[in-house]
Design a protein around this ligand. Structure first.
Ligand code: 5GP
Length: 192
């Protein structure tokens, strides 16, 4: 059986990656499994352990790195984020597609290890709109908002490293476009 796709979705913080992904991730035709990352950041309201992230201490995270348990990892706005290796290969061996929602440094690491990863970058309609969305979330102090905005600027300069760049002006439209991209790649790889 052909191995499932490794799909990486990036985009600046606040661009609405989660909202877009939610609209297609349970579509049975896409045979997707979401990779749950490990992070040292605090749980936000509404988030669930093992669903949004595995919330761990810095000590636990550093141990996972030492043991080689992560496909990639990075430090983002003072916290670690990483993709556990366990599970990803199993999902792909079963012919299912795995979806990683990670930032650009992580994507560059994944591309080195999995050169045929399907990489998609989501951009906001404008930087002004992105700032509005980040501030609208209002869960963080101004200093962190500024850090996220600065990181967003740097991330936007990395779009040329991605196979596809999709604008999230309308989340349903962005999700529909991504669905078509995944289906075409599944056809190409003989996965449907
Ligand atoms: P947030 O704190 O908003 O949940 O996530 C911050 C950033 O970290 C987002 O851009 C998100 O995509 C990214 N991220 C989440 N999990 C991972 C991961 O496992 N690895 C990397 N490199 N980035 C991640």
């Amino acid at each position: 059986m052909a191995k499932g796709l490794c799909i990486v979705i990036s985009g600046p913080s606040g661009v609405g990656k989660g909202t877009v992904i939610k609209k297609f991730k349970d579509d049975p035709e896409l045979k997707l499994s979401y990779s749950v990352s490990m992070t040292t950041r605090k749980m936000r309201e509404g988030e669930q352990e093992g669903v949004n992230y595995y919330f761990v201490t810095r000590e636990d995270f550093e141990q996972a790195v030492e043991k080689g348990e992560l496909l990639e990892y990075t430090e983002f706005v003072g916290n670690y984020y990483g993709t556990p290796l366990k599970g990803i290969e199993k999902i792909r061996e079963e012919g299912r597609n795995v979806i990683l929602e990670i930032e650009v440094d992580g994507c560059m690491q994944v591309k080195k290890k999995i050169p045929d990863a399907l990489t998609i970058f989501i951009v906001p309609p404008s930087m002004e709109e992105l700032e509005r969305r980040i501030r609208g979330r209002a869960t963080e102090p101004e200093e962190l908002v500024q850090e996220r905005l600065a990181k967003a600027q740097r991330e936007m300069e990395m779009t040329s490293h991605y196979k596809y760049v999709i604008c999230n002006d309308d989340a349903q439209l962005a999700a529909d476009i991504i669905k078509v991209i995944i289906e075409r790649h599944m056809q190409k790889e003989g996965l449907c």
